[in-house]
Ligand binder design. Structure first.
Ligand code: PAF
Length: 284
C-alpha cells in the first residue's frame, strides 16, 4: 500500500488511475481503525477498482471542550490493518495541508437544520466541521463512491444531504454497524472505557432493542414520549448517563410522527470518559 501526505502526490495517483479508466472508492477516517473501518474498505472494493482511505483527525469537528490531543493515533497499526484489506492508497494529510489558513479562517460547508439536532445540539459546530472536511476530501480524491459507517447515522444523513444539495458527483454508500459480541457498536471511543465500563456499555444497544420491540409490538398508536422515557431509565439504571434518545424520521431525522413507517432510534450516552452513540432503524 502506497501512502501519500501531500495533495500533489494524491492528485498524480488519482489522475494516473483515471487515465487508465479505473473507478475510485473512498473511505475517510480519523484512524485508530477497528473492524468497523475495515468493513468499510471491504465494502468499497465491491464498488470500484481502486480504494483510497484517508486518515485525518479533523480539528474542525472537535469542540473547545473536546480533547483532540488525546484522540487515539495509531498510524503504524492502522497501516498494517489497511494493507491486510488491500487498500490501494492511504492519504495522511496534516492539518496545515487541509487548512493552510487555519480552520477558523477557511470557507466552510454548513448543512442547515439536520446539523443542529441531536449530536449537533450536544456538539455545536461538529457537523460544520464534518461537512467541510468531507467536502474538501471529496474535492481532493474525486471518488465515484464513498463509504460511511451507519453507526454515525446523523453524520451519514448530513453527508447525503450535502451531496444532494450541492450536486456532488459521488455516490454515498452506507455500511452496516459492526458490533462486538456483546452488542456494543464498535467505535474508536470504546478505547476510553475501563473493563468495568465495557461490561456496562452494551446496555445502550440492549435498551434500543427493547424500545424497538415495544414499538413493533402493537399496531395501535404508541406514546412515543413515555417509551423514550422508559428507555432512558433503563440506560441510566445500567450506569450510563443519557445524552439524548429520539425517535426520528429515517431520512429527515425530524421527530417521528404517528404514521411514519420508517423511523430510526438515535441515542447518545456518557460512560466514564466516553460519549457513546448508537442507533436502530425500525420499520413500522
Ligand atoms: O466518521 C469519521 O471518522 C469522521 O467524522 C470523518 C467522516 C472521517 C470526517 O472527519
Amino acid at each position: 500500500m502506497n501512502t501519500v501526505e501531500n495533495i500533489k502526490d494524491l492528485r498524480e495517483q488519482v489522475k494516473s488511475w483515471r487515465m487508465q479508466g479505473l473507478s475510485i472508492a473512498f473511505v475517510p477516517t480519523m484512524g485508530n481503525l477497528h473492524a468497523g473501518h475495515l468493513a468499510l474498505v471491504e465494502a468499497a472494493h465491491r464498488y470500484a477498482d481502486k480504494v483510497i482511505v484517508s486518515i485525518f483527525v479533523n480539528p474542525m469537528q472537535f469542540g473547545l471542550s473536546e480533547d483532540i490531543d488525546n484522540y487515539p493515533r495509531t498510524l503504524a497499526q492502522d497501516k498494517a490493518s489497511l494493507t491486510e484489506v488491500d487498500t490501494d492508497l492511504l492519504f495522511t494529510p496534516t492539518a496545515d495541508i487541509i487548512y493552510p489558513k487555519g480552520f477558523g479562517e477557511n470557507s466552510y460547508v454548513e448543512v442547515p437544520n439536520i446539523s443542529d439536532l441531536y449530536c449537533g445540539a450536544s456538539r455545536p459546530g461538529h457537523f460544520r466541521g464534518v461537512a467541510t472536511v468531507v467536502c474538501k476530501l471529496f474535492n481532493l480524491v474525486q471518488p465515484d463512491v464513498a463509504c460511511f459507517g451507519s453507526k454515525d447515522y446523523q453524520q451519514l444523513q448530513v453527508i447525503k444531504t450535502m451531496v444532494e444539495d450541492l450536486s456532488m458527483p459521488v455516490e454515498i454508500v452506507p455500511v452496516e454497524i459492526i458490533r462486538e459480541s456483546s452488542g456494543l457498536a464498535m467505535s474508536s471511543r470504546n478505547g476510553y472505557l475501563t473493563a468495568n465500563e465495557l461490561a456496562i456499555a452494551p446496555a445502550l444497544y440492549k435498551s434500543l432493542q427493547w424500545l424497538s420491540t415495544e414499538l413493533c409490538a402493537s399496531h395501535q398508536p404508541r406514546d412515543y414520549a413515555a417509551l423514550v422515557m422508559q428507555t432512558s431509565e433503563k440506560i441510566e439504571k445500567a450506569g450510563l448517563k443519557t445524552d439524548y434518545i429520539n425517535l426520528c424520521h429515517a431520512t429527515t431525522l425530524a421527530p417521528a410522527e404517528p404514521g411514519d413507517k420508517e423511523i430510526v432510534i438515535l441515542a447518545a450516552a456518557y460512560l466514564g470518559k466516553a460519549r457513546l452513540i448508537d442507533n436502530l432503524p425500525v420499520s413500522l
